[in-house]
Design a protein. Structure first.
Length: 330
């Protein structure tokens, strides 16, 4: 393999880890840098871990990592990556916001993993940029930050910003950054080391198609689910879904009972309530606004449905935001 030019200086990365960050996503972002150094037989990349207080920081799996330093102590980076997951607000305060702004003014490229995008957006550093986050919080992110051009792909690189959905999407994003700096040959060799047969394109979907995700073999059934997922605010009638999917109402009901032991109406309602949970946890939208965004005609109707589904009213869900966010099942 032809090695990168030895005169090029190593690129310095900082990884700012927010409590309950995703270990999977962080390792997927870090390990490509390590392997690139090994394959090139020299240091192409350096990195440090930062935490809010400079002390150990626990991931969502309760494993802790030691930080090298706290923000704002004068360390210099070429790129700074904010890694978060269930509670992005746990790593954000005025001091962090000012530090991120200083890095931006100094010309540091700012990136994020999973819900790390929220910290950059809260600091106003994604306004006018294209960006993404984990699919589970995409709707909430779009609602909360109208000045951000939100995309739903695996990752987005827009000028001095690079954001990804988290999970293994972090691996693809870092491989792409390696390719931009050191060429396809090195990026491909790094990908091979991880038995990662294809460096995915940024615009590829975050989620599997319904056929693969739900184990569905019938296209019409999968089409009905896809329509439900994309029409959570303007709820479609079941007969409309059947017509678009090319199945009869009786067929659709049988398919939902066979696969999920639910009626189509119940499945659709669960999708809308899952979206409501994310909006309650990730945004400051009012209960009325959330009820409209999830296809409910009135806040009272929404509150009753939510209480029956979640075991507590929407206001209690919002009050529990400091606790770990419960991920959606679909």
């Amino acid at each position: 393999m032809e090695m990168p030019a030895p005169t090029e200086e190593a690129e310095n990365f900082g990884f700012f880890l927010v409590p309950k960050f995703s270990m999977m996503a962080f390792v997927s972002a870090l390990e490509p840098l390590r392997v690139a150094n090994r394959l090139a037989q020299r240091q192409l990349y350096r990195w440090e871990i930062l935490s809010q207080d400079g002390g150990p920081v626990a991931a969502s799996n309760n494993l802790s990592l030691l930080a090298d330093r706290a923000p704002g102590d004068g360390a210099r980076y070429d790129k700074l990556v904010v890694a978060a997951s269930f509670e992005p607000e746990a790593g954000y305060d005025r001091a962090v916001a000012q530090w991120l702004k200083r890095l931006d003014h100094a010309g540091v490229a700012l990136g994020s993993i999973d819900t790390g995008s929220f910290l950059l957006a809260w600091a106003g550093l994604l306004d006018g940029y294209r960006a993404t986050t984990h699919w589970e919080s995409l709707d909430s992110f779009s609602e909360q930050f109208p000045k951000v051009d939100v995309g739903s792909g695996l990752f987005i690189i827009d000028r001095s910003r690079f954001t990804c959905a988290g999970g293994t999407a972090a691996l693809d994003m870092m491989l792409h950054l390696i390719r931009l700096r050191h060429g396809q040959q090195l990026a491909g060799a790094v990908s091979d080391q991880f038995i990662h047969a294809k460096i995915r394109d940024p615009q590829e979907r975050q989620r599997m198609d319904p056929e693969a995700r739900e184990g569905i073999s019938r296209h019409g059934f999968a089409r009905a689910i896809e329509l439900m997922e994309t029409h959570l605010e303007e709820v479609l009638a079941i007969d409309t879904l059947c017509q678009a999917a090319g199945v009869s109402r009786r067929q659709l009901e049988r398919l939902f009972q066979r696969h999920f032991r639910l009626s189509p109406q119940r499945y659709y309602l669960d999708l809308r309530l899952q979206r409501a949970r994310a909006l309650l946890q990730y945004t400051d939208m009012s209960v009325l606004e959330i009820s409209v965004a999830c296809g409910f005609g009135a806040a009272a109707h929404f509150s009753r449905a939510y209480r029956a589904w979640a075991g507590r009213p929407p206001t209690a869900e919002r009050a529990a935001r400091g606790k770990e966010i419960v991920p959606s099942l679909r």
